[in-house]
Design a binder for this molecule. Structure first.
Ligand code: HEC
Length: 406
């Protein structure tokens, strides 16, 4: 719009009438209302009771817009959840039904509220023609007293019923203090400010970015995870179980240890101690040098024997343990535990006994995983004592003991 020196060349915005009292503008409003004008308004320093009725303002359409938005939100929530859970990507959770409305109430509620809130805010802005960056009345000197003590009624020229002569006459009849024309004197563009346009455009394009990413994700496969904020040790260069490793001819990521690998502290190089073997490979006849034949080891052997061996072989070693007795009582196939006092066992080398405890013998299982090597030797020491305590010839007994037998 070009600057003009003459008022008459600027477009007419409307006619403004000024009043001194609320009553005056109230009565004037009724007249304008009855005359059937549409685009007009009153401007007052404070709210006047009943003015909206006098002006014939109807109830706002906003509630209808909001209820439509609410129902749209509700429908969206129902369709969204029904489609994702019951149709497109069924996922069975604890045998629950794919579609059951109570489970979906929170989202229905949320979307209803969300859509309503947006409809309320944006509906209000649109219905009020907001945002409005300038108004012809802003430049009217007289109009400034609207925030102080004057009452104004403005009929806009854009009203279909507006007729300069008739409208002026109508307002004149309401006895205003002043009656004037309002020209649109705005010199700058009434359009939305440039920076705001750029910001809005930027926002518009920005809002398309997520959709572009969705489209890309749908048509491509990703090897890396999504944006990873905290890395921790999530991406370790080590190979995961069952993964492939092209550096080996069989391409397997899981490797067995190199043959002959020994865990630290598990070399067990002492063959006497760990295998019960002599240097020439035959069964050792004695305890290894690391296990001393003293009272402590004897007690240790007793505890271990009574824990691991006596249930079958009996506390005396005669093969009459509680497990054996119960098996006998139950009947059926049962290999009786050996009598450890028998000549067959008495004559065995210490190393052979060690091998039996370590690896088992026929239907008796090995105890290597439960009993330490040293303790297995302690058991043998105690077993020897058991054997020596029973079944010897009377002539071998000490003098005092022999006397008691008679
Ligand atoms: C679950 C029952 C059971 C336990 C516990 C058990 N054994 Fe035996 N043991 C047997 C049976 C059964 C036999 C006879 C195996 C056969 O002849 O088939 C046997 C045999 C033996 C023999 C004779 C091996 C041979 O050369 O004839 C020895 C020695 C022996 N056990 C020592 C032990 C010692 C020491 C323990 C404790 C560390 C032990 N057993 C714990 C069931 C048991």
């Amino acid at each position: 719009m070009t600057q003009s020196t003459s008022d008459n060349q600027q477009p007419l915005f409307g006619v403004i009438a000024e009043y001194d009292t609320p009553t005056a503008i109230y009565n004037a409003s009724k007249k304008v209302r009855d005359a059937g004008y549409n685009r007009w308004d009153t401007y007052t320093p404070f709210p006047i009771h009943g003015i909206e009725k006098a002006m014939g303002i109807r109830m706002t359409k906003l509630p209808w817009i909001v209820i439509c938005a609410t129902l749209t939100g509700l429908t969206t929530a129902i369709l969204l959840q029904w489609w994702t859970n019951a149709v497109d990507y069924k996922w069975l959770i604890s045998g629950k039904p794919f579609w059951s409305w109570p489970a979906n109430v929170p989202i229905m509620f949320e979307l209803s509220v969300l859509f309503s809130a947006f409809a309320t805010i944006f509906g209000m802005l649109v219905l009020n023609n907001l945002p409005l960056f300038s108004h012809p009345l802003d430049l009217k000197e007289r109009f400034r007293r609207v925030s102080d003590d004057k009452f104004f009624l403005v009929i806009e020229a854009s009203d279909p019923k507006f007729d300069h002569g008739a409208t002026t006459e109508l307002l004149n009849a309401t006895t205003p203090v002043v009656l004037e024309e309002v020209r649109d004197e705005r010199t700058s563009s009434t359009a939305v400010p440039k920076p705001l346009v750029y910001i809005l455009l930027l926002g518009l394009f920005g809002s398309l970015v997520p959709f572009a990413l969705f489209a890309k994700a749908r048509s491509s496969t990703m090897r890396e995870g999504r944006i990873h904020v905290v890395w921790d040790m999530d991406f370790s260069p080590s190979y995961k179980p069952q993964s492939d490793n092209i550096h080996y001819s069989d391409e397997r990521g899981m490797r067995s240890p190199v043959t002959g690998t020994v865990a630290r502290g598990h070399l067990n190089a002492d063959e006497h101690l760990h295998l019960g073997k002599q240097e020439n490979g035959t069964y050792a006849l004695t305890l290894p040098s690391t296990v001393a034949a003293n009272d402590d080891i004897m007690k240790r052997g007793k505890v271990q024997f009574e824990t691991y061996c006596s249930p079958c072989h009996g506390t005396a070693g005669d093969g009459n343990g509680i497990v054996h007795k119960r098996a006998e009582a139950l009947g059926g196939a049962w290999v009786p535990p050996a009598n450890l006092l028998s000549d067959h066992v008495r004559s065995q080398e210490a190393g052979k006994l060690f091998n039996t405890i370590t690896n088992g013998y026929n239907s008796m299982k090995g105890y290597a995983s439960q009993i330490e090597a040293e303790d297995r030797w302690a058991i043998i020491l105690y077993l020897r004592a058991l054997q020596n305590s029973q079944g010897i010839a009377a002539s071998e007994l000490p003098e005092a003991e022999r006397a008691q037998l008679k």
